[in-house]
Design a binder for this molecule. Structure first.
Ligand SMILES: Cc1cc2nc3c(=O)[nH]c(=O)nc-3n(C[C@H](O)[C@H](O)[C@H](O)COP(=O)(O)O)c2cc1C
Length: 144
């Protein structure tokens, strides 16, 4: 009985969090399409970084890691213009690299935003859940 109750509360809580953050905008940067795939699995409102993209609302940023642990140039240029609206960052990487998904750390440090999650390539379902849960849990405190 206790186990069942715990399970119900836990899963309902998780479900609530997943629903609550559903309206937050995701802005993502991708080169080979892995981050795009991750974002599609999240089924949230999203926009891809493009040279003429303009953002005038809070967003969560998702990008990949380039070079030897570098933030992609396209992400740098986008954030220079619109980084003040960013509420948190997540990054994709590949664990064979020494600086795994370190673009999340670099962006978080520069813009004083929390790291939501780091994941490999297009992420697994557990990565999607962690990412969406974080947004749901923090949705009430994020700037609207
Ligand atoms: C030239 C190059 C450099 C990379 N450097 C890193 C790195 O330093 N750290 C890391 O974790 N991943 C690194 N990666 C892996 C990518 O970040 C990873 O494959 C990511 O999923 C790519 O996202 P995208 O398909 O959306 O472009 C690198 C990939 C390439 C092609």
């Amino acid at each position: 009985m206790h186990v069942l109750l715990h399970f119900t509360v836990h899963t309902n809580g998780r479900f609530l969090f997943l629903k609550r953050g559903a309206n937050m905008l995701i802005v993502y940067d991708t080169r080979a399409g892995k981050v795009k795939k991750f974002v599609e699995k999240c089924e949230m409102r999203s926009l891809k970084v493009e040279p003429h993209l303009k953002i005038d609302e809070p967003f969560i940023f998702v990008t990949y890691t380039d070079g030897k642990g570098e933030v992609p140039k396209t992400s740098i240029e986008f954030l220079e213009k619109f980084g003040h609206h960013m509420q948190g960052v997540a990054a994709s990487g590949n664990r064979v690299f020494e600086y795994f998904a370190v673009s999340a750390d670099l962006i978080a440090a520069q813009y004083h935003v929390p790291i939501i999650h780091k994941f490999e390539f297009a992420g697994l379902q557990k990565d999607v859940i962690k990412f969406k849960e974080w947004i749901g849990q923090h949705a009430a405190h994020l700037v609207k």
